[in-house]
Design a protein around this ligand. Structure first.
Ligand SMILES: C[S@@+](CC[C@H](N)C(=O)[O-])C[C@H]1O[C@@H](n2cnc3c(N)ncnc32)[C@H](O)[C@@H]1O
Length: 438
């Protein structure tokens, strides 16, 4: 069956035709402003003329022909994240709050996690996971760039998460792997790769993932289920089947606003189609668990070694709140978390909260991740555009600075560490991140 016949098997013919026509038009581009680092567009852009997203307060449409926001110093500094406009609606609807425990099960490359970090104001705990190692690494690097502190990144199979976390999360993001028809304008390959078999295979995985989400959710907890597929098999049908086997789950109705369509024979869930909503398309359903669940199993990490004074000295110079008991040590690498931490057992952890740095020959060497969390309250060495471009290339900067490690910034956004040696600022930007920008 081809895609057009498939669409017409469950959508009204006029709607299917209008959707197919919209798929021939140009993709819409947008970005999420990182509210951890930037308050106003005017603080970082000379003459911002972006159109506001209708529903996401820190979301903006931009014209890629005019502004290449993906290749930019501000992007490397984590000032914003590029995410398409309909995908942004998922977290807007879930609305994670500060001091909640949130899991993003299929998180790479990290758009929804990053949006959640903003909504949570980086307070509480966000665990984000991706099963594919390379994608989990990209996720981890995006989280680092964004400057998040209270975020753990895992690279695990969902079955292992399920075994480790029983009824502990307030909110779970399940942005499920899907056949990707909502990617057709973005990625030519998605079109070629589409088949009805892929739709059915994805639907099977999606049902398993939803069952896993159920077991990790606590009482009154909410699951945000979303896909970027238009297929009923991966959307409404998955939810219907799930509801049939769980009478303690209910749909929290999403208010239908301009540009949104009610899901097909499923009250409360929505569809975003590119012929009605300026974006690539999404299916979104919000679910709540009503049953009384066992008390969550929570265990704090216990430190085996004491924390070297050099680590504490470094942290004490920074005006950041931290609790010494949540500094963890893994192979001489030091991490900081908070009292929302869960026992991670033997899960494969890529980022164990904020990576502070490591001890080498009795000296503390701060990690790049720590620099990326610097905010306006912390003293940095401000670089101009040319110096910033050179810094991101890995070059040494000829500029005055104090002794020891300092953070360099562009438009008050942290870029990374330097260390003053013989009157120059030695570059500590990680080699793997070097960028050539013009
Ligand atoms: C739609 S993407 C997630 C996009 C992400 N939420 C974002 O906003 O950037 C789905 C992710 O699920 C992961 N995935 C694929 N198969 C999976 C499986 N069987 N279990 C868990 N995750 C899987 C993929 O690696 C992919 O990164």
């Amino acid at each position: 069956m081809d895609f057009e016949t498939h669409l017409k098997s469950f959508l009204d013919i006029d709607e299917a035709n209008s959707l197919l026509k919209a798929l021939e038009k140009r993709q819409k581009h947008s970005f999420l402003l990182n509210t951890l680092k930037v308050n106003n567009l005017i603080d970082i852009f000379d003459n911002p003329q972006f159109i506001k997203h209708p529903y996401v307060s820190n979301g903006y449409y931009y014209d890629k022909e005019k502004d290449n926001l993906g290749k930019n110093i501000l992007f490397e500094a984590g000032a914003y994240y590029i995410q398409e406009p309909s995908a942004m609606m998922a977290i807007e609807i879930l609305d994670p709050k500060p001091n909640e425990r949130v899991l993003d099960m299929c998180a790479a490359p990290g758009g929804k996690s990053i949006h959640a970090i903003n909504k949570m104001q980086d307070k509480g705990l966000l665990i984000c996971n991706d099963v594919i190692p390379l994608r989990a690494k990209i996720l981890s690097s995006n989280i680092e760039k964004y400057g998040a502190r209270n975020c753990i990144v895992l690279n695990e199979k969902i079955d292992n998460l399920k075994k480790q976390f029983n009824c502990v999360f307030d909110k779970i993001i399940l942005d499920a792997p899907c056949s990707g028809s909502g990617m057709f304008r973005k990625n030519e390959f998605a079109k070629v790769d589409w088949s009805i078999n892929k739709v059915l295979e994805c639907a099977k995985i999606q049902k398993e993932l939803l069952e896993a989400a159920y077991s990790m959710l606590k009482e009154k907890g909410r699951i945000l289920y979303s896909t970027c597929s238009y297929s009923i098999e991966e959307n409404e049908n998955v939810i219907h089947e799930f509801l049939k086997s769980h009478d303690d789950i209910k749909i929290i109705p999403i208010e239908i606003k301009e540009g949104m369509l009610e899901a097909i024979n499923l009250k409360g869930a929505i569809r975003l189609h590119p012929n009605h909503f300026e974006g690539e398309g999404h299916f979104i359903c919000l679910l709540e668990k009503e049953s009384v669940t066992p008390k969550p199993y929570l265990k704090m990490i216990t430190r085996k070694k004491s924390i070297p004074f050099q680590v504490l000295d470094f942290l004490n110079k920074l005006p950041i709140d931290y609790d010494k008991q949540f500094i963890a040590n893994r192979n001489d690498e030091y991490y900081l978390l908070n009292d929302y931490l869960l026992d991670l057992g033997n899960l494969k952890v890529l980022r164990y909260g904020l990576h502070l740095g490591k001890m080498i020959n009795n000296r503390f060497e701060p990690n790049h991740a720590l620099a990326m969390t610097y905010n306006k309250n912390l003293k940095t060495i401000e670089l101009n555009r040319e110096e910033s471009i050179n810094y991101l290339k890995g070059l040494t900067i000829n500029k005055d600075g104090n002794e020891g490690y300092q953070v360099v910034s562009y438009k008050n956004l942290p870029l990374g560490f330097v260390k003053q040696v013989h009157g120059v600022l030695k570059n500590h930007y990680p080699k793997g991140l070097y960028k050539k920008l013009d």
